[in-house]
Design a protein around this ligand. Structure first.
Ligand code: C2O
Ligand code: CU
Length: 566
């Protein structure tokens, strides 16, 4: 083990890593078109955090946006014992005001591939994100070998500002944000041109000379080595597929958990997912190869993003001779399911408890509310409060929760194959109160949206936990009778994000052993904005003292002042 059995050595090995960040708006050209985005310390994407398991990360975050608050969420980090550092506005903390600084302090306890992003309004879609990579602790080994690493943070990019997008989403009539203008790899993409124009009829060759911000991404490698590609997606909307010309990929990690290795030609990556895949540079070394990222699950109107796998000593500027590899057809769900179902826990992963104490069944539908289009869960669309839940529940503020708790189930007769018979929805807080240390199953049921014959993919992400993905099914989930039989209790993967396929269901299990208030939501930014989420308030009485800076707004601020005068 890492610490040679001596606790003292362990304590010494773990480090605190300090970062001073300033979040601000800046001009940037991620795909050649200049826009305003949200960057950190003048960079886009934000700086990469690299740490070792057990380290404490300290980020002093100054909000240098002129007129709006900000928070940053550390996606995949469970925040054990530090729920106030989860970085969710209205849930775990008050948004940081302009010119103010908030210090995030948390332990990265598990090696893996993670990222961070804004979690207030749609700030993630404005470019507020970056990579977070946790290596094994000193003296520990990864359970696979490799010679080098390549990091790929994937995103999608819109030319409209997030303000225009948000107004459209809440307007009557509704204005959808549409498909992204480009896909980005490490913050760089190509709009209205292609790096492989010779193979792409009707497109112009990109000329990026003079614009380093969108210069093609080049991954230098040596022949006959094995590389670990760390791939994460923080897209606003797009589901992605990644393929590397001529090369096989071996999947070894998903969302910071090791998986039973398997070999594929391409991988699907939904927003909120992260993977490590091993790639061996065993192809003709006189050529370079394309890395191609394309859209899945929606009819693409966005060109694939390309990067160059540069076999040294070939010149990086020598574009691959072959056409970029095609990603699978956008609607080849059989391909997607085959990939997803192959993800299983690596031997040694803790197994799930054999039974659960509670099952929460969440029907995902698109609805109408007073002429607005919403996503709703068991027919309630989530709205967030002015005062964040963590502080207000911890301080026992009475008015925090709605009088009626959201339902643990939906009507068994619901026809998932048709638009909702009752399209009208309401808004609510969707707060589920979980008892400490109970085992909770959640069944996510997909259904038809408002339009006929439309059911979309939704990647659901849980804060504060990893969960076991126990099973998937097509159609309506079988209810009590057939449920248990459909679950994999033997080697289900541990993850923090799980997808529901069109018209299907997905079952997950987790143990409510991390006191805090945790969001559980579709990771598609406009869907969350339209209410597609719930909140788990978990054993809040056991949460330690919440730092004042996290409760310095709304009713918790008022309560703090009143207490000071007692
Ligand atoms: Cu990466 Cu609540 O999200
Ligand atoms: Cu969604």
């Amino acid at each position: 083990m890492a610490c040679g059995g001596l606790l003292l050595q362990c304590a010494e090995a773990a480090k605190a890593r300090h970062f001073k960040w300033e979040v601000s708006n800046m001009f940037w050209s991620p795909d050649g078109e200049e826009k305003v985005l949200i960057g950190i310390n003048g960079q886009f994407p934000g700086p990469t955090i690299r740490a070792k398991a057990g380290d404490t990360i300290v980020v002093e975050l100054k909000n240098a946006l002129h007129t709006e608050g900000v928070v940053i969420h550390w996606h995949g980090i469970r925040q054990i014992g530090t729920p106030w550092a989860d970085g969710t506005a209205s849930i775990s903390q008050c948004a940081i005001n302009p010119e103010e600084t908030f210090t995030y302090r948390f332990v990265v306890d598990k090696p893996g591939t993670y990222f961070y992003h804004g979690h207030y309004g749609m700030q993630r879609a404005a470019g507020l994100y970056g990579s977070l990579v946790v290596d094994v602790a000193d003296g520990e080994d990864e359970p696979f070998e490799y010679d080098g690493e390549l990091n790929l943070l994937l995103s999608d990019w819109y030319h409209e500002s997030i303000y225009t997008q948000m107004v459209g989403l809440s307007s009557k009539p509704f204005r959808w944000i549409g498909e992204p203008q480009s896909l980005l790899i490490n913050g760089r993409g190509q709009f209205n041109c292609s790096l492989a124009a010779a193979h792409t009829p009707g497109s112009n060759q990109c000329t990026t000379s003079g614009n380093r911000q969108c210069a093609p991404v080049v991954f230098p490698v040596l022949p006959n080595k094995t590389y670990r590609l760390r791939v994460a997606s923080t897209t606003s909307l797009a589901s992605l597929n990644l393929v590397v010309g001529n090369h096989k990929l071996t999947v070894v990690e998903a969302d910071g958990n090791y998986v039973d290795p398997f070999v594929v030609d391409d991988i699907d990556i939904y927003s909120g997912d992260s993977y490590s895949v091993l790639l061996t540079t065993d192809q003709n070394p006189s050529s370079n190869y394309w890395v191609s990222v394309g859209v899945r699950g929606r009819q693409p109107k966005t060109a694939p993003a390309l990067a160059v796998l540069n076999y040294r000593p070939n010149r990086a500027s020598r574009l691959p001779a072959l056409a970029p590899p095609a990603t699978p057809a956008w609607n080849d769900y059989a391909h997607s399911k085959a990939f997803t179902y192959r993800i299983l826990a690596r031997a040694g992963t803790p197994p799930p408890p054999a039974t659960s104490n509670r099952r929460i069944e969440l029907l995902n539908t698109q609805n109408r509310m007073d002429g607005h289009i919403k996503w709703s869960i068991n027919n309630v669309s989530m709205v967030l409060p002015a005062t964040p839940y963590l502080g207000s529940l911890k301080m026992g503020l009475k008015s925090t929760l709605a009088a009626v708790r959201p339902a643990d189930t939906f009507g068994r007769g619901y026809d998932v194959t048709r638009p909702p018979a009752n399209p009208n929805t309401t808004v609510g807080d969707n707060v589920y109160v979980l008892e400490h240390n109970t085992t909770v199953d959640v069944v996510l049921q997909n259904a038809n949206a408002l339009a006929n014959n439309v059911s979309e993919v939704h990647p659901w992400h849980l804060h504060g936990h990893d969960f076991w993905v126990l099973g998937y099914g097509d159609g309506a989930f079988p209810g009590d009778a057939g449920y248990a039989a459909r679950l994999n209790l033997k080697n289900p993967p541990l993850r923090n994000t799980a997808v529901i396929f069109p018209y299907g269901w997905t079952a997950i299990r987790f143990v409510a052993d991390n006191p805090g208030v945790w969001a559980f939501h579709c990771h598609i930014e406009p869907h969350l904005h339209m209410g597609m989420g719930v909140i788990f308030a978990e054993a809040v009485d056991r949460v330690g003292e919440v730092p004042k800076a996290a409760v310095s707004c709304g009713a918790t601020a008022t309560a703090l002042m009143a207490n000071d005068h007692v």
